[in-house]
Design a binder for this molecule. Structure first.
Ligand code: ZN
Length: 481
């Protein structure tokens, strides 16, 4: 019996040590001075953490934002060794997409230099937004756009494409949306000829991509058929907001809205809304739509973290989704008694997606968003309260979010007497894609005995709720509401 046990032990030891050797070897970063990179890859996750080793257990060294490019040197077991600026480390290769080499539209360069000297004429833009492409075809990237009635110099006509230069903007536009400049002509006595209808001629080619907004005949008032009731007006909060045909960044652009433009919003779903503004109608990302909460009203979203199929963290007999909902409901009561309008993302054990939670605030025309969570760490000694905000987006939103986080965090650590872990920037989805001033509060650690015993008690839940409520009042006072 002992012999057998010894034998089994020996085998276990063997495997353990082999395992360790294998792991250590794979964790060794490749010598990037000696090997060629596999190529450039684009990040597909909102924020992708760069870690010290090839596993989520390793310390994060920073993160790369969506659509940024990184150099990949090695991919092993779904982990890629990358460089990004001066940062080197591992990222999950699931969120990387290889950059495929595109043929360079050399024709543009040639034309830019050879044709720049002599314009062959002038035309007027006859579309709300006319996209300028890098080359004479739909496959080329758009490099900018021209607004309606803009006069541009033309240099070359290639089939249905015209090479134009407008200041620094150079490239090809679809001929269909350029009209000739009318010269003042002596008044003729003959009856005016009927205008040729643009639709009369069958097009030899399919409509060029991207299609300007006026490519299809539209009624004078924007149609909202199938887009439900209006949620009222919102204001564009980014210098240029792309309006698209579908609810995705891959959707065909149908127009651009400038900062400060008022839009009427319909049909909010998954971070996208159908909006109309003048003749432009289509989908925009709601993270660039500023609320128009009336000055005499305060509308706040209280988001109880997790719920339903997603319990969140659990420790010391507590489950995060239960604690967050319970505290959120206490906060709700206090706010309502102070005349503040509260919108809850959930009121029971359900799981709204992160986008649903953001949509809730957008639809309600809320001004503020507070998400309540509990922390967890593998080491039971980790403890304390921290509050997150997102530093991106419009400057006023980032500043307001930071202030809100500071007020709530200060009130909380004083009231429930936890370690102050501070106010931190983070890329959590509910705060980084949110158009509202938004924060995420981590009340304390469920994995820590002292923190958990407080979060288990009704007394401390009340105290915590009151602290969050007071932090919110501090914030409203700060922004002059
Ligand atoms: Zn959580």
């Amino acid at each position: 019996m002992k012999k057998i046990l010894f034998f089994i032990m020996a085998i276990i030891l063997m495997f353990t040590s082999f395992g360790n050797i294998g792991y250590a070897a794979s964790a060794k970063p490749p010598n990037i001075k000696k090997i060629k990179p596999l190529g450039e890859y684009t990040v597909t996750a909102t924020s992708l953490y760069i870690r010290k080793g090839p596993s989520a257990k390793y310390k994060s060294l920073g993160y790369v934002k969506k659509n940024k490019k990184v150099k990949v040197y090695e991919i092993k077991k779904s982990w890629a060794y990358i460089t990004y600026g001066s940062t080197k480390g591992y990222v999950s290769s699931k969120y990387l997409k290889k950059v495929t080499a595109k043929k360079k539209p050399t024709i543009v360069k040639k034309n830019t230099t050879s044709k720049v000297k002599k314009a062959i004429g002038e035309r007027i833009v006859n579309a709300t937004t006319l996209y300028v492409c890098k080359g004479p075809g739909t496959k080329y990237k758009s490099v900018g756009y021209l607004k309606k009635n803009k006069k541009v110099k033309i240099y070359e006509i290639k089939g249905n494409w015209v090479y134009i230069i407008d200041g620094k903007l150079k490239g090809y536009v679809s001929k269909t949306y350029l009209k000739t400049v009318k010269k003042p002509t002596p008044v003729k006595k003959t009856a005016p000829k009927p205008k040729p209808k643009p639709v009369a001629k069958p097009k030899p080619k399919p409509a060029p991509k991207p299609t300007p907004a006026t490519s299809k005949p539209k009624p004078t008032t924007p149609t909202v058929n199938g887009h439900g009731k209006s949620y009222g007006q919102r204001i564009v909060n980014v210098s240029e907001l792309n309006v698209r045909k579908t609810r995705s960044t891959k959707g065909k652009p149908v127009g651009v809205l400038k900062k400060g433009t008022k839009v009427t919003m319909y049909d909010v779903k998954s971070g996208w809304a159908y909006v109309t503004s003048g003749k432009i109608a289509g989908y925009v990302s709601t993270q660039y739509l500023q609320s128009t909460t009336p000055a005499n009203r305060k509308i706040i979203v209280i988001d109880a973290g997790h719920g339903g199929k997603d319990p969140g963290a659990s420790g010391n007999k507590l489950v995060e989704k239960e604690v967050t909902l319970n505290v959120a409901q206490r906060v709700e009561k206090l706010l309502k008694s102070a005349g503040i309008e509260v919108v809850m993302t959930r009121t029971g054990d359900t799981y709204p997606t992160l986008e649903d939670r953001i949509d809730t605030g957008v639809k309600a025309n809320a001004d503020t968003f507070v998400s309540i969570h509990c922390n967890f760490f593998s080491k039971a000694s980790a403890n304390g309260t921290e509050t997150y905000y997102h530093n991106g987006g419009p400057a006023d939103r980032a500043n307001h979010s930071k202030q809100l986080a500071t007020f709530i965090n200060e009130r909380l650590v004083q009231a429930i007497d936890t370690t102050n872990r501070g106010v931190k920037k983070e890329e959590y989805r509910v705060i980084n894609s949110n158009p509202l001033a938004a924060v995420l509060v981590e009340l304390g650690f469920l994995s820590n005995k002292q923190d958990a015993s407080k979060l288990a008690s009704n007394k401390y839940r009340d105290i915590a709720a009151k602290a969050i409520y007071q932090g919110i009042l501090d914030y409203y006072k700060y922004i002059g509401k």
